[in-house]
Structure formats: C-alpha cells, structure tokens
Design a protein around this ligand. Structure first.
Ligand SMILES: C[S@@+](CC[C@H](N)C(=O)[O-])C[C@H]1O[C@@H](n2cnc3c(N)ncnc32)[C@H](O)[C@@H]1O
Length: 184
C-alpha cells in the first residue's frame, strides 16, 4: 500500500483514511510522505482521540472527522481535492455488501480523476466452508463492486495469510486497488 500511495500522489497531496482507528497506517504514511495532508475518518471518539495522540507530531497536516460510514452523508466534511483514499481492517465492519458497495461508490465520486483507492481488509476465501461475518466476502465480489461503481484497473494487489481449514479471525486478508475515472 505504501509504494502504491507513494507512486500515485503528488508531494503535497491529500489522503483520506476510512476507519482511522488508533492511527497505525496514518503514522506510517505521514512518516513516509512528509508533504501530504491526511484526513482520518472514524465514528469512534475514543479511537479519534488515540489517533490524535499517536499523530501529534504531524498535527498541522492531519484533520479528524467523526462520521459513520454507513450513513450516506459521511463525505460531507471530507476536504477536496482527494488524491488517495485508503483503508485497512475497517470495511468488513460495515456488515454487508450493500454498505461496502455504497462506500466504494462514494469514494469513486470523492476522488479526483486518476485518484487511488486502496482497501486492505478481511475477506471470505472463494472456497470457504467456514462461517464468516457478513461483511467479509470474496475477492471476485470486491473487484466486481469496484468496477461497477466506475473504478478502472480494479484488482486484488495481494492475498495474505490464506487459511482455508481452520482460520483465525485475523487470517484471510486481501488488498484491493482501483483508480477513479471521471466520465468523458
Ligand atoms: C481496526 S480499526 C482500523 C485500524 C487503522 N487502519 C490503523 O491502521 O490504525 C477499524 C476502525 O474502523 C472504525 N469503524 C468501524 N465501523 C465504522 C463505521 N461504520 N464508520 C466509521 N468508522 C468505523 C472503528 O471505530 C475502528 O476504529
């Protein structure tokens, strides 16, 4: 994800993160890219407070937005233009394809033309017999949803910790990429 972000956004570009959590990914990207601005979204005030503490050295470059990604209006406080939207370990929490698809669609509209979308999250393996949470689904479904909302070059970048037989909740993880395109 780091190298994708690094090669796609301008030096002083803007990154939005869906599900900022305690700010691990944000800290990594802010250290890596000293000119970027960052907007972290989370519906949890305690998580936003943890992130604010972790990211205090980067304070002038970080905005915090308390919003629920399941609500249609979450994009209201997002700055523009946005060059990249990233997320890790969050969107499965939305609990359904419908919600993930709606968030993918909003991201496709928020991003500037050519903007980068990256989602690293828990998935359901294609041949799974194991019962998974409803917010986890197959790689092919993620890619289809990304294409359907208009992302080009939508594909799976990596599959990690593939475990079919007896997975823990933290196994079966994948990262998806798409590039925003404005209709001609
Ligand atoms: C595992 S954490 C993300 C960790 C983060 N990517 C990092 O690197 O530190 C998942 C976050 O998603 C947030 N979240 C879950 N559902 C959400 C929703 N519907 N709207 C906004 N945030 C949500 C949770 O509050 C939690 O902070």
């Amino acid at each position: 994800m780091s190298s994708e972000v690094q090669s796609h956004i301008p030096t002083n570009g803007c990154i939005v993160e869906l599900g900022l959590g305690p700010g691990y990914l944000a800290e990594h990207l802010l250290n890596l890219l000293p000119g970027v601005h960052y907007c972290g979204i989370d519906f949890s005030r305690p998580m936003l407070d943890l992130a604010r503490h972790r990211l205090r050295a980067h304070a002038p470059r970080v905005a915090y937005l308390q919003a629920d990604l399941v609500q249609d209006n979450w994009r209201r406080g997002v700055p523009t233009p946005v060059h990249a939207i990233v997320s890790t370990w969050t969107l499965h929490d939305l609990g359904s394809r419908k919600h993930v698809s709606a968030v993918y669609g909003t991201c496709a509209r928020i991003l500037q033309d050519g903007g980068l979308f990256l989602n690293g999250d828990f998935i359901k393996p294609e041949l799974a017999t194991h019962e998974y949470e409803p917010g986890r689904f197959e790689i092919t479904t993620h890619v289809q949803l990304l294409r359907r909302v208009g992302f080009r070059d939508a594909h799976c970048l990596a599959v990690l910790e593939n475990e079919l037989e007896s997975p823990t909740a933290a196994q079966n993880y994948a990262c998806f990429k798409g590039l925003a395109q404005r209709p001609a």
